[in-house]
Design a protein. Sequence first.
Length: 154
Amino acid sequence: MGDLSPHFSQAELACHHCGQLKVEKRLLDALEELRSLAGKPIVVHDGYRCPAHNLEVGGVTDSEHTRGMAADVEIPGLTLQQMYDLALRVPAFVEGGIGAYDGGFLHVDVRMTCSRWARVRGQYVGIAHLVREPVMLAKVHSSSQLGNAGRFDS
């Protein structure tokens, strides 16, 4: 049981360096949605990071972690692919950032732009190095299947 939301606590999301906490409600809501989809607890490896801690762990400059908008998470018993597939069902993460790490965890954030990446042996690379992107299939209908709705008039 959490003291920030039903399943997440201050202790989980506070900076490991100084204990300070900054967390956006959108992140908490998205983490709760991810937990609901998973049907099991989520381990938060890192939430908020003060600038000193972010530098210490090699985080990127202006990281979403330093603004309380990101968490590095793992769902025990699930593969990286399964975790990624679940994160793609959370609208705030789809619209924001999802990174897959070869350490077996995901970075998820609620930034206002879509971003995807992977980190393999300390190098940032395309997300496809660690997980498969979903295939979007569109069913093409012929005009005979749609009737008049498939006909174009000039």
